[in-house]
Design a protein around this ligand. Structure first.
Ligand SMILES: Nc1ncnc2c1ncn2[C@@H]1O[C@H](COP(=O)(O)OP(=O)(O)OP(=O)(O)O)[C@@H](O)[C@H]1O
Length: 255
């Protein structure tokens, strides 16, 4: 029996920059363990949505509930506790180049937990094992391939055992085979760790491989054009939706 606990609930969200509105009246919810992709044409507001969901900017109006807790109106102390449930991997990966991979992961643990250094070391190595990098703990980011850096960045985003992971274009800059490996990791994290994962991606192959559902944003309506499983979206009677899904054949969906 699938646990249908709602972990993200967005209601009547309006967000934009200054006076400019980008998304209007956006509502959706995401269940525990779901992988959901955010897609749509350039400038439709994918990153804007992500940045508001992770609390980087306050929305113009509306509600964002993270694991049942309202983020928008929260006091700064409550906000901090809510955001602790979230792990984020930015597009660049943004590992600290002057630190070993292991220390990139121990850093959030020593900053935000009260564990002793031996426990922190053990936990960080467990995260590296989770992403298949346990043998690379002492390497520096620039000694790893692009795909390994992405996996290390995911391990760091997982350091504090978040319930939700936000990944901004994880496949950017990766070749199709490496991208498919990353897709398998994303699926595995959702299935074995019960993490809920929201991914901004343009890659049809990735969407087909990882998404339980996809949210398609649209610039002209400033909101959600469609939200459904990739298979259902590919069959959509809306030409814009079906057009996106049928634009190219997924090349590694079954890898
Ligand atoms: N920090 C910001 N300040 C002001 N305007 C912004 C900011 N970030 C994004 N925008 C504007 O908001 C609009 C939506 O941008 P956003 O980056 O959310 O789109 P996107 O769907 O992620 O696009 P892409 O696929 O090209 O990355 C764009 O017109 C962009 O110029």
């Amino acid at each position: 029996m699938v646990n249908m606990q709602t972990v993200i609930e967005v209601q009547h969200l309006y967000c934009g920059w200054g006076q400019r509105s980008i998304l209007e009246d956006v509502s959706f919810s995401v269940n525990r363990g779901e992988v959901i992709t955010i897609l749509g044409g350039s400038g439709c507001g994918k990153s804007t949505l992500l940045k508001h969901l992770i609390g980087l900017y306050p929305p113009q109006a509306g509600s964002i509930r993270i694991v049942g807790n309202e983020l928008v109106q929260a006091s700064s102390k409550d906000r901090e506790a809510i955001l602790r449930k979230i792990g984020v991997m930015y597009q660049s990966g943004a590992l600290f180049g002057s630190m070993s991979i292991l220390n990139n992961i121990t850093l959030p643990l020593s900053s935000f937990s009260h564990l002793d250094s031996a426990a922190i070391d053990t936990l960080a190595r467990l995260k590296l094992r989770l992403v298949g990098l346990e043998e690379f703990a002492d390497f520096y980011p620039n000694e790893l391939s692009g795909g390994m850096q992405k996996r290390a960045a995911i391990a760091r985003a997982m350091a504090l055992d978040p319930q939700i992971l936000f990944l901004d274009e994880p496949s950017a800059g990766l070749d199709p085979i490496t991208s498919a490996e990353l897709d398998r990791l994303i699926r595995r994290l959702a299935e074995t760790q019960g993490v809920t994962i929201m991914v901004v991606t343009h890659e049809l192959a990735s969407i087909a491989a990882i998404a339980d559902r996809a949210i398609m944003l649209d610039k002209s309506i400033k909101g959600i054009l469609a939200i459904d499983t990739p298979a259902a979206l590919a069959q959509s009677t809306d030409r814009r939706v079906a057009g996106f899904f049928n634009a190219q054949r997924p090349s590694h969906a079954a890898v």
